[in-house]
Design a binder for this molecule. Structure first.
Ligand code: NAD
Length: 459
């Protein structure tokens, strides 16, 4: 049996040793899931709704425990981790309404009746990254279960603990055995087997664009459905007519949340040239004011990076001669700490084009609206972004022109469970969350029923 040690990134201590699944374990899990799914799909919609509400209630009763586990495993600040656990509950509650609302449609045709059914796919494989382990898992498993599917989740190697606990809580809530299984393991073993196993009918993959491309290519061999949520290099565009104080005060939280390990991180700040210097003056104290430290302490805003390996990657973007404008604070001693870092590189620098996935932001000047849009779109990614302006027409024009799936005006909000989430271009394929998510876990079946004409009588 292969095992892996799970490390607390704030202390570097070993938290737990986790057994990793092999291919045979995946095959067994798929067989159990196929069986459980058939019964689940046949059960009454109201029964499935009630089961999801019970799961939500059990998660709610364990919010503090799940949050503490995420603090220890991922180094998320306790306030953030509590929000994440509560978000899993809310996502389950929201999709608990879906089983009784997947109503299909009736379409008028000649010669009979035509109705459509939203049939479940069967078994869905959810592959998650390490940055938001439980929330991202719930975006896949909640709507998939609601639509009548069974779900297998493979958490990331570094951060499996909260997902494993959610698997136990699902059983405690009374979800049928085999319907929702968590399979910790390597991407190259468990993840690959999800892709190659013909019994897994859809892959929901969240992670890097590199691995997502590979998953999509593998899935193509079986015309397997995929949803991909991949990388980002989002822009925070600051126009000279905005509330510059607010834009500067909030910019650090648009990029340094979760230590920048956020696919929606606004890791490029684009500032209109005539207010660039003033913006930088305002940004400096805001960056230095980010509370970086022990993630268990209430009020901490930023914890450590997830691992030493990731710390090395992020550090490689800030060599000694990097164009550092200023940096925030970070603790010394054990833990994978990295201070919030503000760079002023040239447009072609790799810190401007590559996803760093750490607390490093590039600030660049632009000349006018057209230049801002061109610069914002000069990336292979297209996940999110922010637009700061007090001009409503400009806000609408620029929102329509930026090629990204999730934009916010005068705010950095990206994720609400009731609104769709996903990327343009190489940031992904398909959408999660929002009212339509369960439909992406169904096939539309069309049925025509011929109706014979009545024996004609005089009218
Ligand atoms: P990653 O691609 O290295 O790994 C993601 C998952 O894929 C892990 O569970 C991993 O074990 C698995 N995996 C690895 N190789 C595989 C293979 N050959 N087949 C199947 N699965 C395999 O990504 P990561 O480093 O864990 O996460 C960071 C990345 O995720 C960033 O690029 C970030 O932008 C992205 N992300 C995107 C979103 C979004 O919603 N768009 C959200 C969070 C993170």
């Amino acid at each position: 049996m292969t095992t892996t040690e799970v490390i607390n990134p704030a202390t570097e201590e070993v938290l737990r040793t986790v057994e990793l699944c092999d291919e045979a374990a995946v095959d067994d899990a798929v067989a159990r899931a196929v069986d459980a799914q058939r019964r689940w799909a046949r059960s009454a919609p109201a029964e499935r709704a009630a089961a999801l509400r019970s799961f939500a209630a059990v998660v709610d009763a364990h919010v503090e425990e799940l949050a503490a586990l995420e603090v220890a495993n991922s180094g998320h600040p306790i306030g953030n981790a509590r929000w994440e656990a509560g978000h899993v509950r809310d996502v389950l509650q929201y999709y608990a309404a879906a089983p009784e609302r997947l109503s299909g449609s009736q379409i008028p045709v000649a010669g009979g009746w035509n109705v459509t059914f939203n049939e479940p796919l069967g078994v869905v494989g959810v592959i998650t990254p390490w940055n938001f382990p439980m929330t991202i898992a719930s975006w896949g498993f909640a709507p998939a279960l609601a639509a009548g599917n069974a779900v297998l989740v493979k958490p990331a190697e570094w951060t499996p603990l909260t997902t494993l606990r959610l698997g136990e809580l699902a059983a405690e809530a009374g979800l049928p055995a085999g319907l929702f299984q968590v399979l910790p393991g390597r991407g190259s073993v468990v993840g690959e087997r999800f892709v190659t196993h013909p019994g897994v009918r859809k892959i929901v993959f969240t992670g890097s664009t590199e691995v997502g491309t590979r998953v999509m290519a593998g899935a193509a061999r079986q015309v397997k459905r995929v949803t991909l949520e991949l990388g980002g290099k989002s822009a925070n565009i600051i126009f000279d007519d905005c509330d510059l104080e607010r834009a500067a005060a909030t910019a650090p939280y648009g990029v340094f949340d979760n230590a920048g390990q956020d696919c929606c991180a606004r890791s490029r700040i684009l500032v209109q040239r005539n207010v660039f210097d003033r913006f930088m003056e305002l940004l400096e104290p805001a960056v230095q004011g980010v509370a970086v430290g022990d993630p268990r302490v209430e009020g901490t805003e930023m914890g450590p990076l997830v691992s030493k390996k990731h710390w090395d990657t992020v550090s490689s973007y800030v060599p000694d001669d990097a164009p550092v404008a200023f940096r925030g604070a970070a603790p010394s001693g054990p833990g994978f700490w990295f201070p919030p870092t503000v760079l002023t590189p040239g447009r072609g620098d790799r810190t401007v084009t590559e996803e760093i996935f750490g607390p490093v932001v590039a600030v660049l000047p632009f000349d006018d609206e057209a230049d801002a849009i061109a610069l914002a779109n000069d990336t292979a990614y297209g996940l999110s972004g922010s637009i700061w302006t007090d001009n409503v027409s400009r806000a609408l024009r620029v929102s329509r022109a930026v090629e990204a799936g999730n934009l916010s005006v005068n705010s950095h909000s990206s994720v609400r469970y009731s609104t769709p989430f996903g990327g343009f271009k190489q940031s992904g394929l398909g959408r999660e969350l929002g009212p339509d998510a369960p439909l992406s876990f169904t096939e539309t079946k069309n049925v025509f029923l011929a109706v014979e004409d009545a024996v004609s009588e005089e009218l």
